[in-house]
Ligand binder design. Structure first.
Ligand SMILES: Nc1ncnc2c1ncn2[C@@H]1O[C@H](COP(=O)(O)OP(=O)(O)OP(=O)(O)O)[C@@H](O)[C@H]1O
Ligand SMILES: [Mg+2]
Length: 592
């Protein structure tokens, strides 16, 4: 039922198109059904030697019907093919727009390869969902019109012979009853296997450097061979059942031809039927073979379309975790943030990823003011990234709140609020595009000078100028042709060119040398003096500059203060700082 509602929704707003296709299906069937009537007249006229005038008149009519039928069929078929493509684009666009709004939870649940399969293969026009949504439905309507009009014409010619001809019909109904669930199960399995293949390719190619470093090409080949073999088996299974059912619908109906020839031939010999009527009857039964085949196709493809709709609605039903408050939920319209005037405050913030599970953050409170630097330090998995990810609302706190100038960020207009935040994630991600486009990142309002300034502060300009096409140099997928440090600085420039009021740096200074790091902080202070910075770092040069340092352990702030204060305490921070210094000297990470 859900699948039917989904398909009806697809036709909402396309009523005229649907009416056109129905009218042309009826017209096409009427023209096709009228053909044997005039053929019968020609044969009987020849048999009765009624004269060439009668024969030629009927042949001319047949010719006109043929030409008219061609135009009607061509327009109907062309419109169906066009609509399939429009559906394919619209469905993909709609679902893509939905998916892009979803949070991290969704992308952890669904593998990328699976999402891609659902958006491409399930939604295709090659006998898949987009084909079914138009051609599948309207070919069946065309087939039903042919069958109904054909049977009416046959009954009018000879009701008894019609009964004989329609003998295989009950067999077809029984076949459908038996096979419906088998078809559905096989198509469901097939789509899952296709998802597995795409997921395997996605993970192999996106992690190609690790595969090569560990020389696991053989393992990947074997894995690919396995998923492809499983896909092939599922495909053969589904195609076998589908083809048998479709063919049975066509061929079993052809028994009708044999019956008509036997029973009708006898009637002709007994003088109860003219030879022209028998020929017309035979033509009708033959004419209905393809519509019968189409009905079989409808059953098979309808089942596979139902599977695909279910796979798509699984994704469409997921709601974004981060939502903008509307007037109803927060009692007033969401506030357009004016900037950062006083502070960004964490007020007793706690976080659980799993409802009722262990707290990843526990009662975290601090504030950062314009121009200040707050540094977060702590061991692996202590919750540092989780704290900063909550600022641009990539995750929302389970308890407590985060306020910008006293207003909870949940009540702020999300798009405008995010424009205030510059975010450099722990793992810099670049796209296969030019360096400039990677920095601008689809924000057309950012001026070229701002990009240059951001690149200057990120200590990127000299290196970029040494590239063959400067800022227009294309970088490979995920930036494979540039170094880790360059990658991080491009990500930094991306954050800075939006002139952020709140800057988040998640361990992004790790692969910078001390000199570049110091120059970066000097540049930031000069160009963005009123920017509030929250930085995760273990580098002494960064920590010494911070106005406030927070030490996290298992999600709790265990120490807080300035560098001098914390060093004097000789607690966790002191140990981490000493290790950081050691790392700077010998180049070994204390975190490991
Ligand atoms: N999306 C998630 N779902 C469930 N648990 C998560 C998720 N993200 C992080 N965690 C868990 O939360 C804890 C804190 O992770 P977080 O990434 O904040 O640590 P971190 O201090 O940034 O570590 P690192 O220094 O390695 O970057 C970890 O135990 C991690 O397993
Ligand atoms: Mg982290």
């Amino acid at each position: 039922m859900k699948s039917v509602r989904w398909l009806i929704a697809a036709w909402r707003g396309r009523r005229r198109l649907a009416v056109f296709l129905v009218v042309f299906s009826i017209l096409n069937a009427l023209l096709a059904v009228s053909y044997p009537i005039f053929m019968r007249a020609v044969i009987d006229a020849i048999k009765n030697k009624a004269g060439m005038e009668v024969v030629s008149r009927n042949v001319l009519i047949l010719l006109c019907i043929g030409v008219a039928n061609f135009f009607v069929y061509a327009s109907m078929q062309g419109t169906r093919a066009w609509t399939n493509l429009v559906f394919e684009r619209d469905f993909r666009q709609r679902i893509f727009e939905h998916l892009i709004r979803l949070g991290r939870g969704f992308f952890q649940r669904f593998r990328t390869g699976d999402i891609v399969t659902r958006l491409t293969d399930d939604l295709g026009t090659d006998m898949k969902l987009s084909w079914f949504a138009c051609s599948g439905i309207f070919r069946t309507i065309e087939a039903l019109c042919m069958i109904v009009f054909g049977l009416i014409a046959m009954v009018r010619l000879n009701p008894v012979l019609t009964l004989y001809a329609a003998g295989p019909l009950p067999i077809l109904v029984i076949i459908f009853m038996w096979t419906a669930s088998a078809v559905e199960a096989r198509y469901e399995r097939l789509q899952k296997r296709i998802s597995d293949v795409n997921a395997h390719m996605e993970s192999c190619f996106s992690g190609i450097r690790v595969v090569k470093a560990y020389r696991r090409e053989g393992g990947q080949q074997q894995g690919f061979h396995d998923v492809m073999t499983r896909r092939k088996t599922a495909e053969i299974d589904a195609v076998k059942v589908g083809t048998i059912i479709q063919a049975m619908y066509g061929y079993i109906w052809q028994f009708g031809v044999v019956i008509v020839l036997l029973v009708g031939g006898k009637m002709v010999m007994e003088g109860k039927l003219t030879i022209g009527t028998l020929a017309a009857f035979d033509a009708y039964v033959m004419m209905l073979v393809f519509p019968m085949y189409d009905i079989g196709t409808f059953f098979v493809r309808g089942k596979s379309a139902g599977v695909s709709i279910r796979r798509l609605t699984d994704m469409e039903d997921v709601q974004p975790e981060i939502t903008e408050m509307d007037q109803e939920t927060c009692g007033r319209p969401c506030v357009p943030p004016a900037g950062l005037r006083n502070s960004l405050r964490f007020e007793n913030v706690s976080l659980c990823f799993v409802p009722g599970g262990q707290r990843v953050l526990d009662n975290v409170s601090f504030e950062v003011r314009p121009g200040e630097i707050v540094a977060l330090v702590g061991r692996v998995a202590s919750g540092k990234s989780s704290v900063v990810n909550m600022i641009p609302r990539l995750i929302d706190p389970t308890d407590g709140r985060i306020c910008l100038d006293g207003v909870p960020t949940k009540e702020l207009c999300l798009e405008n609020f995010r424009k205030l935040v510059g975010y450099v994630p722990q793992e810099a991600l670049l796209f296969s595009d030019t360096i400039e486009n990677n920095i601008r990142f689809h924000r057309d309002w950012i001026a070229r000078e701002d990009i240059e300034q951001a690149a200057e502060v990120s200590r990127l300009v000299e290196e970029v100028e040494s590239f063959p096409n400067g800022f227009q140099t294309k970088i490979g997928q995920r930036g494979v042709t540039i170094s880790g440090g360059q990658k991080q600085r491009i990500a930094l420039a991306r954050a800075l060119c939006g002139k952020p009021r709140i800057l988040i740096l998640d361990d992004c200074t790790a692969s910078l040398d001390s000199q570049t790091e110091t120059a970066l902080w000097e540049g930031l202070k000069k160009v963005f003096p009123s920017c509030a910075t929250i930085v995760i770092s273990h580098r002494p040069a960064t920590l010494e500059r911070a106005n406030l340092i927070l030490v996290l352990e298992r999600g709790k702030i265990v120490e807080r203060g300035t560098h001098q204060e914390l060093v004097r305490q000789k607690g966790v921070y002191h140990t981490l700082y000493e290790l950081g210094k050691l790392q700077d000297e010998v180049g070994v990470g204390w975190k490991e």
